[in-house]
Design a protein around this ligand. Structure first.
Ligand code: IPE
Ligand code: IPE
Ligand code: MG
Length: 257
């Protein structure tokens, strides 16, 4: 059932989520942190379903940051194990959605079995043409920019690009997933107000929705609330409100003609 107040024509095309708060959710309930990660998978499932229902084209999920490698070894290996389990058990539903799995991040650092699971999911879903499901794994926004700069410098050395001609569009072509549009909406759960090294380049003009809910508590209703919040915003991109409204009017004229 679609939420009656969500405007189907103004659903964000690309939603990115910092899924934070699993550990606190568990500890508050006297459980181990890992139980929170496990419960968080249920939220991933719920949010993917909601994205499919509302026609979100791209969902980028921050599943493991480059800084997360510094967590206790046991937690890191449990997270990797859960990721493998998720990719193996959920892939059928992902296929049913017609979704295509992709990743961004330094995947080469993942343990071999996790990497295999990730690559298997990518391969199996490669021909799907529905929504794109992008997992940020071993991902850091600064690392992404450095990786881009490194490849760009190499191309400059080879004479493939002219540094003088470099602009934002040409630079962005070196990022991990250059074909994706920037996120329209970034959701962060877990009651923190920071970006934690996520998509630094891409969120220049993204709308932010900061939720006090812990990730395991973030389900369809919370996702719908985030979409409604987004739909109340006016995206000005540096213009005045008057310019934006004028733009809307001229677009309307063009489409009704
Ligand atoms: C997010 O939950 C999951 C990952 C970072 C992998 P946390 O594990 O960060 O949970 P809190 O923030 O400690 O509650
Ligand atoms: C951000 O959560 C990373 C992911 C959700 C994967 P963290 O829990 O690692 O972020 P900080 O450390 O609170 O900034
Ligand atoms: Mg956290």
């Amino acid at each position: 059932m679609a939420h009656p107040e969500i405007h189907p024509d103004r659903v964000p095309r690309h939603v990115a989520i910092i899924m934070d708060g699993n550990g606190r959710w568990a500890v508050e309930r006297g459980l181990e942190r890992n139980a929170g990660h496990r419960e968080g998978i249920e939220s991933v499932r719920a949010v993917i379903r909601a994205c499919r229902d509302y026609g979100v084209e791209i969902l980028t999920l921050y599943a493991f940051s480059i800084e997360n490698w510094n967590r206790p070894r046991g937690e890191v290996s449990e997270l990797m194990r859960l990721l493998e389990e998720y990719l193996e058990t959920e892939i059928d539903e992902v296929m049913e959605h017609g979704a295509r799995v992709r990743t961004i991040g330094r995947i080469d650092r993942l343990p071999p079995s996790t990497r295999r699971a990730v690559e298997g999911a990518i391969r199996r879903t490669a021909d799907n043409t529905g929504m794109q499901l992008v997992f940020a794994l071993s991902y850091g926004g600064r690392a992404e920019i450095v990786d881009a700069a490194r490849r760009l410098a190499r191309d400059a050395e080879l004479g493939k690009i002219d540094p003088e001609g470099l602009d934002e569009k040409a630079f962005a072509a070196y990022l991990y997933a250059p074909d994706l549009p920037d996120p329209d909406l970034l959701i962060r759960t877990g009651a923190e107000q920071r970006v934690s090294n996520f998509l630094l380049w891409q969120i220049a003009y993204t709308e932010l929705h900061l939720s006090d809910r812990m990730w395991p508590e973030f389900r369809r209703a919370e996702f719908e609330a985030a979409i409604l919040d987004y739909q109340r915003r006016e995206r000005r991109f540096g213009l005045t409100s008057e310019q934006v409204r004028q733009g809307d009017r001229s677009r309307e004229k063009r489409t009704t003609r």
